[in-house]
Write a protein that binds this ligand. Sequence first.
Ligand SMILES: [Zn+2]
Length: 133
Amino acid sequence: MNETREIEFFWTVHHGKRWSFALSEANALTGLTFDAAYDDDPTGWSVERTAEFVSVARGELIEIDGELIELDDTGSVNSRKPRTLPHVFWYCLFCGERHNVDLFRDPLHGTSPWPNPSVWHCERGKGKVLIHW
Ligand SMILES: [Zn+2]
């Protein structure tokens, strides 16, 4: 059986149109700092609170071996270094597939990880799921 829980969403709103959401007002505002739309137009933003029932699922934190590739101005490879990046994998209650999210929105620039739990969308656009890991 799918567990559902009512949770509060804090939506960033730009000139009256909902843009993104987080599970706290502080995280909604922090998320804006990563958003290109905010960089393009930092005026007219606000935060709106709603409550919604969402499905709950368990995620698993997995380190993935990768490579950090630095390019020069011409696009040629400057250096390659092995790099481990944490991802959260979760089985989607809507489409049944395994989805994953980079734990760090921008690992190269040392941004903070997604808060645990987080609400993410099914990659096929079928709904939102609260993920604990
Ligand atoms: Zn899905």
